[in-house]
Ligand binder design. Structure first.
Ligand SMILES: Nc1nc2c(ncn2[C@@H]2O[C@H](COP(=O)(O)OP(=O)(O)O)[C@@H](O)[C@H]2O)c(=O)[nH]1
Ligand SMILES: [Mg+2]
Length: 373
């Protein structure tokens, strides 16, 4: 019964994965400074459905680890301060090889990590950063594991940050970001500074891969909401265009693919996998019980006063208002999924409660809404 809907949703979900593409982040710094901890704190350790498997070699010591819409490039077996010439050679070759390839294959942003308490920043590190900038890779310098107390950063880290700033490096903001990526059990030192690093990365990333970055990260719900609103706005525009010449209610199924692709994109942006997204979409829109075109038109039963619209036509304003409300209501469902605050029943998603939630969010935005039968 749900096959028509599931197949359509799956297709839109796959198309959106394709459209989001991948943001590639290179992470450099000495062994043990906390690179992996930082990456995991911002992006989570989840391996997305599309990114399972061993890292891909980019150079003989450069690896690309794909996690869904995120690629993390790091070095293995080469150390900054020991193998710099080799490292720079490999990196230069990898970057040059990637030129002319699709944007998903480029390195978009680099994080250069230094342990905040290390007290020194070496000339070779500055040279490495300048090389990255010469290769046109924007660089963020991150001081890791910086203790903070009563709103004060540890003075040694402040001094190190000052030294780095004084070198006038081609880095974002001209100075390092101070962070603590993972709460320390013993001292109780909480994590901080991660959203700032993420937002800087977002600003430096090419626009074409910003949504991929937003989808991959797991700490900034506001960035996810902003990108979702963009997707909703695009679907609203497309709906208005589809009904620019008022369409008969019976042909209003043309709106359904627009809305499904909007829903699929918002689900991706919130890191919700295909199966769960499809389940939630079915639950939300009550499509489970009808098939084929009947399922499509049952979506439209939400349209306020649809039956009483003169001559049964839908104009641009009705179509766009309906899509807007659908998008906003679906965003609430996705946000609750992300926050793990969906209604549950016996350890499973309570689909009846999800439907209620979606319909009440929709009704708030469409005062004249008819309940689907
Ligand atoms: N508590 C805490 N431990 C950290 C932090 N960053 C790194 N560590 C620890 O430092 C060690 C090295 O970190 P790792 O991320 O593996 O360093 P990498 O070699 O640069 O990838 C690990 O034992 C981490 O648990 C942090 O922000 N907080
Ligand atoms: Mg590591």
């Amino acid at each position: 019964m749900t096959q028509w809907f599931t197949e359509s949703f799956n297709a839109e979900y796959a198309a959106q994965a394709e459209q989001l593409g991948r943001v590639n982040l290179a992470v450099f710094g000495k062994t043990g400074v906390g690179k992996s901890t930082l990456v995991n704190a911002i992006f989570g350790e989840r391996v997305a459905a599309t990114g399972i498997g061993a890292p891909v070699t980019v150079g003989s010591h450069l690896y690309l680890d794909r996690r869904g819409t995120l690629g993390v490039i790091d070095t293995r077996g080469l150390e900054i301060g020991r193998d710099d010439d080799e490292l720079i050679k490999e990196l230069t070759k990898a970057v040059k090889d990637s030129r002319g390839k699709p944007i998903d294959e480029q390195i978009h942003v680099a994080w250069y990590c230094v342990r905040g308490m290390d007290r020194r920043f070496e000339d070779v590190e500055a040279r490495f950063i300048r090389t990255l900038a010469d290769l046109e890779i924007p660089v963020i310098v991150v001081l890791t594991q910086v203790p903070m107390r009563d709103g004060q950063f540890h003075p040694d880290a402040v001094e190190l940050a000052r030294q780095i700033e004084a070198r006038n490096l081609p880095i974002y903001g001209g100075r390092p970001f101070l962070t603590y990526a993972m709460r320390d059990q013993f001292s109780g030192q909480p994590a901080y500074g991660l959203i700032e690093v993420l937002r800087a990365t977002f600003h430096l990333a090419p626009e074409a891969v910003q949504a991929a970055l937003v989808a991959a990260q797991g700490i900034d719900l506001e960035l996810k909401a902003n990108q979702s609103h963009k997707a909703i706005a695009a679907a609203v525009t497309a709906s208005a265009a589809a009904a620019a010449v008022p369409i008969p209610f019976s042909s209003a199924v043309v709106l359904v693919p627009i809305q499904l692709s909007m829903m699929a994109r918002i689900a991706h942006l919130h890191g919700i996998g295909l199966e769960k997204s499809a389940l939630l979409a079915v639950a939300s829109t009550s499509l489970a019980t009808s098939a084929g075109r009947a399922a499509a038109s049952s979506l439209l039963k939400f349209i306020p006063g649809a039956g009483s619209i003169a001559g049964g036509v839908i104009n641009a304003s009705v179509a766009s208002g309906f899509t807007l409300a659908m998008g906003q209501a679906w965003l609430v469902v996705c946000q609750k999924t992300f926050n793990k605050s969906l209604p549950m029943l016996d350890g499973k998603i309570d689909t009846a409660a999800v439907r209620k939630l979606f319909e009440s969010e929709l009704a708030r935005r469409l005062p004249g809404m008819r309940k689907p039968s």
